[in-house]
Each structure stands twice: as structure tokens, then as C-alpha cells.
Design a protein around this ligand. Structure first.
Ligand SMILES: [Zn+2]
Length: 86
């Protein structure tokens, strides 16, 4: 395993992530990366990813603050409305 390419790392684990097969710690890393990295988001099924992210956020509120959900939602709807809807 190499940390030289975090995108490759994320892509390798993203399916396990989507299936909920990763540990909380590993899943958190992938989630953080996907939120921060548009390249990865563009590289595969964004809707499936976001859907999973939101579901997991809803299930694990402790590790998914409102700001995170807002950022995910903004990522989904970017360019199609005002960012501040609160
Ligand atoms: Zn990436």
C-alpha cells in the first residue's frame, strides 16, 4: 500500500466503502477524501456515492456534523442555486 496517490487509494476502497465493509476509521478517510476531491467524485457514480454518504451521515450523526451534510448537499447541487439555504 502506498500513500503516494490518495486518489488511487480511495478508488480502491470506494466499493467496499459503498457496501459498508470498511471500518469506521477507513470509511471516514474515504468520505473525507471524496468530499474534498472533485476528481474522484467525477471518476465514478456520484449519485450512488452521495446517497450512501447521506445515509451513513443520518445513521452516524456523531461523526457527521450538520456542516458535513451541508457540504455534501452543496456538492450535489452546486451551480444550481444559492449555497446558503439555512
Ligand atoms: Zn481524489
Amino acid at each position: 500500500m502506498t500513500k503516494d496517490d490518495p486518489c488511487a487509494e480511495a478508488m480502491n476502497q470506494v466499493h467496499a466503502f459503498l457496501h459498508g465493509e470498511l471500518s469506521e476509521e477507513a470509511a471516514d478517510e474515504i468520505r473525507e477524501h471524496l468530499i474534498a476531491c472533485e476528481h474522484c467524485v467525477d471518476s465514478y457514480d456520484v449519485e450512488a456515492c452521495i446517497d450512501t454518504l447521506l445515509k451513513r451521515c443520518a445513521q452516524v450523526e456523531i461523526s457527521a456534523p450538520v456542516s458535513l451534510r451541508v457540504r455534501i448537499t452543496q456538492m450535489v447541487v452546486r451551480g444550481s442555486g444559492p449555497a446558503n439555504s439555512f
